[in-house]
Design a binder for this molecule. Sequence first.
Ligand code: B4P
Length: 203
Amino acid sequence: MFLYKGYFLNMLNLILFGPPGSGKGTQSEKLISRYGLKHLSTGDLLRSEIAQKTPLGLEAKNLMDKGQLVPDEVVIGMISSALETNPDARGFLFDGFPRTAAQAEALDKLLELKGTSINTMLAMEVSEEELVNRLLKRGETSGRSDDNNEGVIRARIAEYHNKTAAVADYYNKFDKVVSVKGEGSIDEIFNGLCREIDAVVAA
Ligand code: B4P
């Protein structure tokens, strides 16, 4: 339980959702600092496995370099361990997870075991051309092999439409999805996200 703007809350668990390049990583950094949440990014966890050249990392790199998703059981296992190693967190910000309906169901079950649940899913809306431009620009400097080829970037966006968009349908059933404009300055987008989160906290 923690105190936020005069309210006592149990946990605050948020999903930051959107296509590749929509700014999930960028906004997560600001949100965790504002709300004191533990940041769980499956993309970052996978890149850490790749950097350490673990067997899991080598398998993941092969798929990520083609713009494909990593198998559900791999990312669910990573999130499950991360939840266990952070028993005192006041809440979690899930960034890039869940990305399939199966991952969403698994996350709900894991949170239920902790006696908590997702408060809201923030869905960032960005046009496809803006996504491609952002990722190609990042690819010039990031060294990320999934960012420097337009074909791979478009394959990631197609994976998003084929498999990930269903996650919004899943949380819509529970009326937990809010759309947020993902184009504009980083601060404008951050303010839009905070307005939605504050409304959920105050409800
Ligand atoms: P992720 O690491 O999750 O990353 P992402 O989708 O590429 O980007 P994100 O939306 O975080 O964008 P960012 O803020 O960085 O995934 C990488 C890969 O890992 C996936 O393709 C998949 O293979 C695998 N994976 C991860 N999770 C998985 C899961 N759960 N299941 C299966 N596979 C999984 O922003 C992008 C760029 O835009 C940056 O350069 C940033 O500076 C710029 N930018 C941000 N906001 C901007 C703004 N307002 N204006 C202009 N530019 C902006």
